[in-house]
Ligand binder design. Structure first.
Ligand code: XLS
Ligand code: NI
Ligand code: NI
Length: 439
């Protein structure tokens, strides 16, 4: 059988023995942490588009990455080679899951009917490769942004024929996600937003987006797809403004249109920071609303204002991410999908391995640290003390709904001193650092 990554062996945990070269330093798939093997907590996934399809093209320059399958002639043959390469990569990298857009795995034909035939062919091949290797589909999605027809949006396009095309495309994408046992289905509205309000009927566009999502929910029921529907917020890029700006605006949208029981969020670290939030903020908002579904694990560059999709290596953020994940009781149908690409200058095939190993180790370490923090009840104790005034006396009355403005005025009117306690932020940051270094 052809090898697509010759000379690269399966990546293994090397522990303290080996601190250089290609290995895991923290990720031990079968090690039990917080009652479950690491792999079950982390549910790592490869993003087909970045790791298999993308070869380093950017707005200013051509592909740079050396990939053994790039020069395959014929779009369908190339798609097949990519699939074989993908499964060799998943195996050697020890990744249990992958995610794809419909257009990542098969090329478009002249008509949707032809495109669907191409897809069917590739789905048959991928299904076989999945059966042979035990790899699983975390989520599927449809590319409703690449083709020129989506220039004005898909479900929010002013052109009803485009809406129809997008609907037919998602119908098919749901069918193949079901066929491949996908655990989720993602909607990232890359072009569901606007460039200028001067030509935009915002109300109609949002109503249409909601209609579209309701149709997806109905069709999923019809075909028996029980995977988790996920909205992936992002504030901008490629549009000036994306309607699912962040988790909070996503929740408002879902509730306004009666969709909240069907959807959760797929939260991407780099999208959070583009929205002016920390990654933890977005995870927290989703978690406290019971809507944290899955994660696109990457990181941005604080000095660059776009989605750089770098591999996540910042232990501070991976720790706080895993803290939120553990606090919600772990992923059920979600996982950590590396929606990340190697830098354009990291052009060798083995860079793809180093990059994933970096991300997997950073999250494995984050998991261990978060578990230690939770076992020690470190933050829990701080919060308990900080809000203790709501557990007795007047605070309890407020909490239990027994207070009103008049009773509160009577209580406070003649009080002289209202002492406050320190928030101790710097101390907390010190201790968090200690856990990251030593847990
Ligand atoms: C782009 C998004 C995209 C989604 C899937 O910024 O992150 O890659 O994850 O369509
Ligand atoms: Ni993403
Ligand atoms: Ni992104």
């Amino acid at each position: 059988m052809k090898e697509y990554f010759p000379g690269i062996k399966r990546v293994e945990y090397a522990g303290d023995e080996k601190r250089t070269g290609l290995c895991f330093r923290h990720y031990q798939p079968d090690k039990i942490v917080a009652g479950r093997p690491m792999r079950d907590h982390l549910r790592f996934s490869m993003a087909y588009w970045h790791s298999i399809c993308n070869a380093g093209r950017d707005m200013f320059g051509a592909e740079t990455a050396v990939r053994s399958w790039t020069d395959t002639p014929g779009a369908m043959k190339l798609a097949e080679e990519r699939a074989y390469a993908a499964f060799e990569f998943l195996d050697k990298m020890g990744l249990d899951y992958f995610c794809f857009h419909d257009r990542d795995i098969a090329p478009e034909g002249e008509t949707l009917a032809e495109t669907n035939k191409n897809l069917d062919h590739m789905v048959r091949l991928i299904k076989k490769l999945m059966a042979d290797t035990g790899k699983k589909l975390l989520w599927g999605t449809a590319s409703l942004f690449y083709h020129p027809r989506y220039v004005h949006g898909a479900a929010t396009s002013p052109n009803a024929d485009v809406f129809a095309y997008a609907a037919a495309q998602v119908k098919k994408a749901l069918e193949i996600t079901l066929e491949l046992g996908g655990e989720g289905y993602v909607f990232w509205g890359g072009r569901e937003g606007y460039e200028t309000l001067l030509n935009t009927d915002m109300k109609r566009e949002q109503d249409n987006l909601a209609r579209f999502l309701h149709m997806a929910v109905d069709y999923a029921k019809e075909i028996g797809f029980t995977g988790q529907f996920l909205i992936e917020p992002k504030p901008k890029e490629p549009t000036k403004h994306q309607y699912d700006f962040d988790v909070a605006s996503g929740i408002a949208f879902l509730k306004t249109y009666g969709l909240d029981q069907y959807f959760k969020f797929n939260i991407e670290a780099n999208h959070a920071t583009l929205a002016g939030h920390t990654f933890q903020h977005e995870l927290r908002v989703a978690r406290i609303n019971g809507l944290l579904g899955s994660v696109d694990a990457n990181q941005g560059d604080m000095l660059l204002g776009w989605d750089t999709d770098q591999f996540p290596t910042d232990l501070y953020t991976t720790t706080l991410c895993m803290y939120e994940v553990l606090k919600m009781g772990g992923f059920t149908k979600g996982g950590l999908n590396f929606d990340a690409k190697v830098r354009r200058a990291s052009l060798q095939p083995d860079d793809l391995f180093y990059a994933h190993a970096a991300g997997m180790d950073a999250f494995a370490r984050g998991l261990v640290v978060a578990d230690a923090l939770i076992r020690d009840g470190f933050f829990e104790e701080i919060l308990e003390k900080r809000y203790a005034s709501y557990e007795t006396g007047i605070g309890r009355e407020i909490t239990e709904g027994r207070a009103d403005f008049k009773s509160l005025e009577a209580y406070i009117l003649n009080k002289r001193d209202i002492p406050n306690e320190s928030g101790r932020q710097e101390y907390l940051e010190t201790i968090l650092n200690e856990y990251i270094l030593k847990a």
